[in-house]
Design a protein. Sequence first.
Length: 311
Amino acid sequence: MLQRLTLWLTLGLTLALVTGCATRAPNPLPAPERAGRDGLTAEVPPDLLKVPDAVPRVEPIRPGGPNKPYEVLGERYEPLLEDRPYSEKGLASWYGKKFHGRPTASGETYNMFAMTAAHPRWPLPSYARVRNPANGREVIVRVNDRGPFSKGRVIDLSYTAALKLDVHRGVAPVEIQRLTFEEIRAGRWTREGTPPDPVLAAPATPVGAPDIAGTQALREAAPVDDAAPQVRAPSPGIWVQLGSFKGLDNALALKERVRQQWPQAEPLLTTFRDRGLHRVQLGPFDSAEQAQEAARRLRASSELQPLIVRR
């Protein structure tokens, strides 16, 4: 039974992540590979080319949380924990409205108009220099998310970062380099080679980036209240509901039981508060057929009686 459920969970992750990035720690999100599934919001803020690059600061690398090992599509990822100047060459993609306003793997809110990125193995958070060899353009981004998971891709960029590099029309070759603490302290990441004024804290909304509240095309997936940080507001999509409860404790207990018994399901596991009930759900899935197949496999391999929920 456990083997069958493991196979289903692998399928579930494939269905949800096959489109390519980054959310809960670590909760890798898919990259937008197919038109119509992701992309731009209805309104794009003006002057995005003027959004300043991320300003690196020294942030301790802690084990666990967004840096704990995880598995996607049957492949296990061991995040790097050393402060080293990792460098890679490969393809870059970007992700947009599908994840705009949702939590990243580091727990920060994703803003597709800020200067951020996702990497499958680098320490979170990190700062990186990304260069487009076709035109020589370079940007500095804050790496706060997990992904991409498609072969040959080395980084998932925010839309603004992709736009500034001129790689926003699709995947494109890039060169990426992680900035070390020494480089950040010495200011060697700046073009002038001199450190700017020290940054003591990373702002919730990066300087110069359009405010998240003014660019939100999807419903917010923010915590409902401080007492229930694991509960989100209802989010659009097709979901497989595992249970609904009037009491929050019962919902969180089911969520924890599922998480402990089948850790592969964690990237898809969410608790919503909707119409007075706390609902434990897996998703979102790209289609009703995928959700129905996942629910069928769950019924066959566990005592749960999942339902398909569309909103």
